[in-house]
Structures are given as structure tokens and as C-alpha cells.
Design a protein around this ligand. Structure first.
Ligand code: HEC
Length: 122
């Protein structure tokens, strides 16, 4: 009697009984967007604004891997609205978001090279 009651707590103490569940939770957290925080984006004035506006629909990775000019970021905001139903960005809020995106993810020479032939250096 005493020995049977002891077994589950012994397994718990060894971490054996809980291990599979803990692993499953870690995996789920790794693949869901909700695990992201604004710190996934580089520091900047409009970081939180960008994070909460954009991650309503997708993670930050799709933003972080993009390299666009200010004009292209600006156009992309219209595309997000027209094609995907994002609330229109206007005025000061739009200026801050586009400024942030253009400053943090600019259309650099390196970005253009990545998009082209990787064996060419210019
Ligand atoms: C209402 C939903 C929604 C919101 C809000 C939204 N997006 Fe998107 N975005 C999408 C969808 C859906 C796609 C995938 C488009 C596709 O694959 O055709 C996408 C794709 C993108 C892409 C990839 C474009 C490409 O060249 O493939 C970028 C960059 C992007 N979004 C940036 C942003 C930024 C920055 C914000 C916030 C200012 C934002 N999105 C807000 C829905 C949204």
C-alpha cells in the first residue's frame, strides 16, 4: 500500500512522469507566433507599433528577411491593406512605421546580391 503510493511521486521526482508532456509544450511554443515578443525586431522608435500591427497576421520573420527601399515599404503597406485586409495605415502612424521598416530593413547592396546570382560579387 505504502509502496504503491510512493511510486508516482518517485517518478515525478525523477522527472520521468512529466517528461513527455514538457517536451510537447516546448515544441508547440517553438512553432507558434505567439511565442514572439517585440524584441524579435531590432530596436527603434516604432518597434512595438510595427510588431503589434503586423503580427496580427504573420510572424516577424517575413518582415526581417525583406530588404526594401522606403518607397517599396510604403507601397507594401497599401498591398497589405488592399490584398490582405490590413487596417489602412495613415498619417503619423504610417510615417513612423515606414520610417522604421526602411531604416531597419533597407534595400542594401547585400540584399540585392542575395536575390540574384550568388556566384557574382557585384
Ligand atoms: C491583415 C493581415 C496582414 C497584416 C496586418 C499584415 N500583413 Fe504582411 N502579409 C499578409 C499575408 C497574408 C502575406 C502573405 C502574402 C503572400 O504570400 O502572398 C503577407 C506578406 C508580407 C510580406 C512578404 C511580401 C513578399 O514579398 O512576399 C511582408 C514583407 C509583409 N507582409 C510585411 C508586413 C508588415 C511590415 C506589416 C505591418 C505594417 C504587415 N505585413 C501586416 C497579411 C498581413
Amino acid at each position: 500500500m505504502r509502496g504503491r503510493a510512493l511510486l508516482p511521486s518517485l517518478l515525478l521526482a525523477l522527472g520521468l512522469a512529466e517528461a513527455p508532456e514538457a517536451r510537447a509544450q516546448a515544441t508547440a511554443a517553438d512553432i507558434t507566433q505567439t511565442a514572439e515578443t517585440p524584441e524579435a525586431l531590432p530596436p527603434g522608435e516604432a518597434r512595438e507599433e510595427v510588431f503589434y500591427t503586423c503580427t496580427a497576421c504573420h510572424g516577424t520573420a517575413i518582415i526581417r528577411r525583406s530588404r526594401l527601399s522606403r518607397q517599396q515599404w510604403d507601397d507594401l503597406m497599401d498591398w497589405m491593406t488592399e490584398k490582405h485586409g490590413m487596417n489602412p495605415l495613415e498619417g503619423e502612424q504610417r510615417r513612423q512605421i515606414v520610417d522604421y521598416l526602411a531604416a531597419q530593413f533597407p534595400a542594401s547592396a547585400a540584399g540585392r546580391r542575395r536575390a540574384g546570382n550568388p556566384f557574382l560579387t557585384d
